[in-house]
Write a protein that binds this ligand. Structure first.
Ligand SMILES: NC(=O)c1ccc[n+]([C@@H]2O[C@H](COP(=O)([O-])OP(=O)(O)OC[C@H]3O[C@@H](n4cnc5c(N)ncnc54)[C@H](OP(=O)(O)O)[C@@H]3O)[C@@H](O)[C@H]2O)c1
Length: 265
């Protein structure tokens, strides 16, 4: 039997397959990708010549569900008919209880919330599972998700917080980038130069945080000398409520995730 079937060959399903094959986590002959749309199937066959690409899910030890939320019930029903023992869903907003309803009681269900940079293997995912999920099931899910980047385990209710923080986070950071690029242009820099300097400021700062492991507040103190230029800039950020705007944005997105999760599906 195959080790894994990925249901949904869209952006996320495809990125997952690429990451798992590239890292050697799985051999092409152990993987199948189910995609109901013929045109996308042909693209997948071209991209993954040694992987079986099918229209409907096929038997496998485990499955990853990577379809749009509205398609999740139907895809779960197909997996349930095949008796697949372990399913991890990356479908946004669909609760474990809902997945269990469609999968049946004998399936172990895990649920993850990745984010956009997962498509280049630089994502951040939250992971939750049912009480019946064993250490082995979690280790398997973490192995799969490592193709997407870093992963943190938590109780399911906190996945809404993950949605607000790292799920929507790329949009907040991209807004900061746009504003900084415009500001650089406003100060007389070429747009391309401003973009280069902004993006590498972000990248360099993120690398310092991950590679040095120092708290953000300490790194910030290092570039903020008394009465200096950064202190003048920081005072404006505080005056405009920058920090509070970020806190409220994360809270609003997490609340919206809670609302969608209780009303839909
Ligand atoms: N993109 C992100 O950053 C991100 C982050 C976190 C979570 N997610 C979640 O991940 C899931 C996948 O996202 P995506 O961006 O990859 O979506 P997508 O590009 O729309 O991919 C979903 C694919 O699954 C196919 N499909 C649907 N039902 C199927 C079935 N029963 N059997 C086989 N294939 C089926 C769809 O085919 P059709 O085209 O025919 O519908 C589509 O090609 C979504 O639920 C999304 O909410 C995405």
């Amino acid at each position: 039997m195959r080790r894994l079937v990925i249901v949904g060959g869209g952006r996320m399903g495809r990125s997952l397959a690429s990451g798992l094959l590239r890292s050697g986590w799985i051999r092409p002959s152990d993987l199948a990708v189910a995609e109901r749309y013929g045109e996308t199937r042909r693209e997948l066959e071209e991209h993954f010549p040694e992987v079986e690409v099918v229209e409907a899910p096929v038997p496998a030890a485990s499955a990853v569900l990577a379809v749009k939320p509205a398609d999740a019930p139907e895809a779960c029903a197909a997996l349930s008919r095949l008796g697949i023992a372990r399913v991890m869903s990356i479908v946004a907003g669909v609760r474990i209880a809902t997945l269990e309803e469609h999968l049946g009681p004998s399936t172990v269900v895990l649920r993850a919330m990745p984010n956009l940079p997962a498509v280049i293997g630089a994502g951040a995912s939250g992971l939750a599972g049912t009480a019946s999920a064993s250490e082995d099931d979690f280790a398997w899910a973490e192995g799969v998700l490592s193709a997407f980047g870093v992963v943190a385990r938590m109780p399911e209710h906190l996945l809404d917080a993950v949605t607000g923080l790292s799920g929507s986070g790329p949009a907040y950071v991209l807004t900061l980038v746009e504003a900084m690029v415009d500001a650089g242009v406003g100060e007389g820099l070429d747009r391309e130069v401003s973009r280069l300097l902004t993006v590498h400021t972000l990248l360099g700062t993120a690398r310092m945080l991950t590679e040095l492991g120092d708290p953000a507040i300490e790194l910030r103190a290092r570039v903020t000398s008394p009465g200096g230029t950064t202190a003048a800039g920081m005072r404006e950020l505080e005056r405009h409520g920058f920090r509070s705007a970020v806190i409220e944005a994360v809270a609003a997105a997490a609340n919206r995730a809670r609302e969608l999760g209780t009303s839909a599906h």
